[in-house]
Design a protein around this ligand. Structure first.
Ligand SMILES: Nc1ncnc2c1ncn2[C@@H]1O[C@H](COP(=O)(O)OP(=O)(O)O)[C@@H](O)[C@H]1O
Ligand SMILES: [Mg+2]
Length: 256
């Protein structure tokens, strides 16, 4: 099976800043590749390359086996790579269903906007993912952060994305909403999309992830298949491994 996305020793510098160096990973259909790391680790740089926002200047980037260098996000989208950014570019006053189509609304035979059909399609796409919004006419601004992420995921699935990239979709959410978003991440995965999930939180990544790429200061600290690592080890690696052990040692005996 050819991977949807493969990077091999990919790298990117901004002037003299090495944002990413020698990072290799894969994204397969029906799987979730998690990218973990603290601020400045290079997570956004990596996904911006995959999404066509930036270009790599080292290594190899292949989409379905073909060497690629996107020159715009549009090109990535045309290859089926959809990205949901943390600060979803939504117009708060726009209705949910108009936001769902964003310029590709269905029209009647005479070329008028087909509101009825548009609302029906949106409702169906959302309910297919198990999202029940009573009123798709309500403004996007009335949705919670978690609901917006869910609508964005349903949208990517509906419009046939092959790869879905999510940049910290659970970062600003409480436990319950984060759980709901992760449920839809799993649904997108089970529908055969390749998902790239960026997060700080190993407890969000572990349940839904097939592989875990840990970045630190632009470099891969490790890359693991799920069978190779458990949640405790992943958490430890995230916390900097040795650093955490040293801290535990220092704090021995002071626990409440
Ligand atoms: N447009 C840019 N110009 C210059 N430096 C950048 C730019 N974007 C990111 N960087 C730098 O690259 C490194 C990785 O950043 P980034 O990919 O945003 O990390 P993360 O998303 O993991 O927080 C950081 O040192 C950051 O300051
Ligand atoms: Mg980032």
């Amino acid at each position: 099976m050819t991977s949807l996305i493969e990077t091999e020793n990919i790298g990117k510098t901004y002037g003299s800043v090495i944002a990413l160096s020698e990072v290799s990973t894969v994204v397969n259909a029906g799987e979730v590749t998690c990218v973990l790391g603290d601020n400045g680790a290079g997570k956004s740089t990596l996904i911006k390359i995959l999404a066509g926002v930036h270009q790599h200047d080292q290594g190899s980037f292949r989409v379905e086996g073909e060497e690629i260098r996107f020159s715009s996000p549009r090109e990535a989208l045309d290859r089926g790579i959809a990205t949901v950014y943390q600060d979803l570019a939504v117009v708060p006053l726009m209705s949910v269903w108009r936001n769902f189509f964003l310029g590709s609304e269905p029209t009647t035979k005479l070329g008028f906007l087909d509101r009825k059909k548009g609302k029906e399609i949106t409702k169906k796409a959302l309910s297919d993912m198990g999202i029940d919004l009573r009123d798709v006419e309500q403004p996007v601004g009335t949705l919670s952060g978690g609901e917006r992420q869910c609508v964005a995921i349903a949208r990517a699935v509906h419009f046939g994305a092959k790869v879905l990239i999510l940049d910290e979709p659970t970062a600003a959410l409480g436990v319950k909403q984060a759980g709901v978003v992760l449920k839809y991440v799993a649904q997108a995965r089970d529908r055969g999309l390749g998902v790239v999930l960026i997060t700080h939180n190993p407890h969000h990544a572990y349940p839904v992830g097939n592989r875990f790429l840990l970045l630190k200061r632009g470099r891969a600290l490790g890359s693991y298949e799920k069978s190779e690592i458990d949640i405790n080890e992943l958490t430890k690696q995230m916390a900097g491994g040795a650093e955490l052990e040293a801290l535990e040692h220092e704090l021995r005996g002071v626990e409440a």
